[in-house]
Design a protein around this ligand. Structure first.
Ligand code: 5CA
Length: 155
């Protein structure tokens, strides 16, 4: 298992979660691909999107339902500063995850996190586990608790 997948596993265990990380035979790099691989609705896929604060330069993590597009004005109001898309190289260096495999859990650096309220509307959701073919299934409330995310209307 890759280092970044192991970090997700360790973070889940540290949070008291019993999650099974699945390595899929097909890509789960995008929400649509992940939904096809997991056999779930795209709305149940957790997009782990990294943005950068325009004032502080700090990275922010937005966990967004695959059915929704982030409303950057709403998100900026929640976060308290304008947001821009983070550069993939910086994402890799600071979070330890490459785009397509960014997980809600197991970041190298602690990151302030918000979670789309839509994700609480399902029995379970599926999130990336540190690689573009690795996922895990979790309830929305467990995901919120494990990440310490603030629930918000992000779409
Ligand atoms: N593994 C799946 C879901 S389980 C996944 O990681 N989906 S994702 O939506 O969280 O990650 C793909 C996202 O990465 C895209 O929605 C997009 O917002 C972002 N992304 C793709 N290309 C770039 C890029 N060049 N720079 C910054 N972000 C990017």
């Amino acid at each position: 298992m890759s280092k970044s997948v192991n970090r997700v596993k360790a973070a889940a265990e540290a949070a008291g979660l019993t999650v099974e990380i699945l390595r899929m035979p097909d890509s789960t790099r995008t929400a649509a691909e992940a939904a096809a691989a997991c056999g779930c609705d795209v709305a149940q896929i957790v997009k782990s999107l990294i943005f950068k604060g325009g004032e502080t330069g700090a990275l922010k993590l937005l966990l967004v339902s695959g059915a929704n597009q982030v409303d950057l004005d709403k998100a900026a109001a929640l976060v308290g500063e304008p947001l821009e898309r983070a550069d993939p190289k910086e994402v890799r260096e600071i979070t330890g995850f490459a785009i397509g495999g960014v997980s809600p859990l197991g970041h190298l650096t602690p990151v302030a996190t918000w979670m789309d309220e839509t994700l609480l509307g399902f029995g379970t959701v599926w999130a990336a586990a540190g690689a573009p073919n690795a996922v895990f299934e979790i309830t929305g409330t467990a995901l919120r608790d494990a990440t310490g995310a603030t629930i918000a209307d992000l779409g």
